[in-house]
Design a protein around this ligand. Sequence first.
Ligand code: ARG
Length: 580
Amino acid sequence: MKIKYIIKKDIEQALINIGVKNFCEPCIISSKKIEFGHYQVDNLIKISNISHIDPFNLFNKIYYLIKFKDIYKKITFSPPGFINIFIHSKWLSEKLEKIFFSSRLGVKYASYKKTIVIDYSSPNVAKEMHVGHLRSTIIGDVTTRVLEFLGHNVIRANHIGDWGAQFGILIAYIKYKNLQKKLNKNLISLHEIEEFYCKAKKKYESDKNFKKISKQYVVQLQSGDKNCYSIWKKLVSITMNNNYKLYKKLNVTLNKQHTMGESIYNKMLPNIIKDLKKKKLAVEKNGAIIVFLDKFKNRIGEPMGVLIQKKDKSFLYSTTDIACLKYRYEIFHADRIIYYTDVRQHQHLLQAWIIAKKAKYIPSNLLLEHHEFGMMLSKNKRPFKTRDGNTIKLNTLINESINRALKLIKIKKPNLPKKKLIKLSKIIGISAIKYADLSKNRKTNYIFNWDLMLSFEGNTSPYIQYAYTRIISIIKKSNFHVHKIKEKINLTKNSEIKLAIKILEFEEIILIMEKNGTPHIMCRYLYQLAIYFSNFYETCSILFAKKIKICKSRLKLSFITAKTLKKGLNLLGIKILKKM
Ligand code: ARG
């Protein structure tokens, strides 16, 4: 349901009928206090200035044109210029009845189905995922779920860093230490590979011969040498098998078929360079190939150069991203591409987009969006790191959360059987980390806080999960089959009406997320929904209502609330619990 949209359209139509020209969009907001209705038109004064009709007069004219509609119970005016709108409870109950059986909760499919590529998670090979990858992985995953729910054709693209000079160094080290057999037998862990890389890198810096060999291996790998290729392949598979396990643990929908690493585009790169030179977009300078873009200036105000091929003929991260855009357009016919990386990659992406557009690899109307995000910080507002200053592995962080959840649950429920305890702490621990992250505006940095995220109060996953289980247990206690209740929902108390309106706002929240990729909007919504349910529960008896009819109506309302919480959490990739 898009109540705000319905009101807005009604007001707009009224303004047209009144003869007001060039009016600005009516701004509809949820009212802060019930005496101002459920919704308010917030900018009547502005429209009144445009129309040269004073606010009260304008209100009156609008009022007579829309008052008969069955959505409105009462429409009033507040000086100096606000329209207060009260929604009719009958209208609300009819809408609720409609969504009672629907698994989509009344959310319509997008009228124009788009093909949308979502570039997310994208860790680098030969390294364990660290806390920095959490945001890209889970925020990106929420957007894929929401867009799919709306019926779009979503292509998940895990743009892993699986190509580049680092593989020459690793191959050289593996050969030098005779590790290939062990590697082939899967006896080397990702953790060890990461350590090898650190050692290899040191050797690369200090040992000229090793450096030379490493460089040769890069060339051999690029030209398809079988042995180098098989070592590389193994490194990628060890890394990704680790990551797939982590995705599963995190309830993230990425799997093997979504992995589209940098290496895929490698074959395209020589032609891209040739073509960009031919189109006079790229020029040679001291042996390197550069694209100069007027839009970006360097420190002395000259057009900034984007390096796309080094003197040693190797290609860069930018070159790959230019090719990747071409590929996503030609192969997938993408209408929209969304990138989930942190804010530091913004300029890099903009440059790749401009070059791809200038070269006509992609049309100028292809929607390209960088849904950037800030960093996760520790209590002292510094980047979140281990005591010795290293990055924290994502798996370590998740395990710690599970352990903390386990300790908390043990205190609350000392008699819980071990198997249940472990299952519960996994779900609660992992949800807590995910929710804590998703509930922050992605654009800003945030401070990581164990105590807050595992709390059963406030905007946290335990609170929302608990609200859900509580409703389920109320329904269970009633001994009614809610689905079989024939009586209609009847909303009488204020807290019931408020809850009903909140439930019906679900679609508006989904549509904001479709546009902006902002999971925190959904978190805030679910939190409010849970609070509104609490208020309803406190003010309205459900199981002990005076009449059985009222009890049934309230059970139905509770059921739709639970359904909405469940769908919302599901879109956030957060598991629900039937009991807590
Ligand atoms: N692998 C990169 C990193 O870890 C992120 C890739 C983002 N996607 C892209 N198309 N550049 O920083």
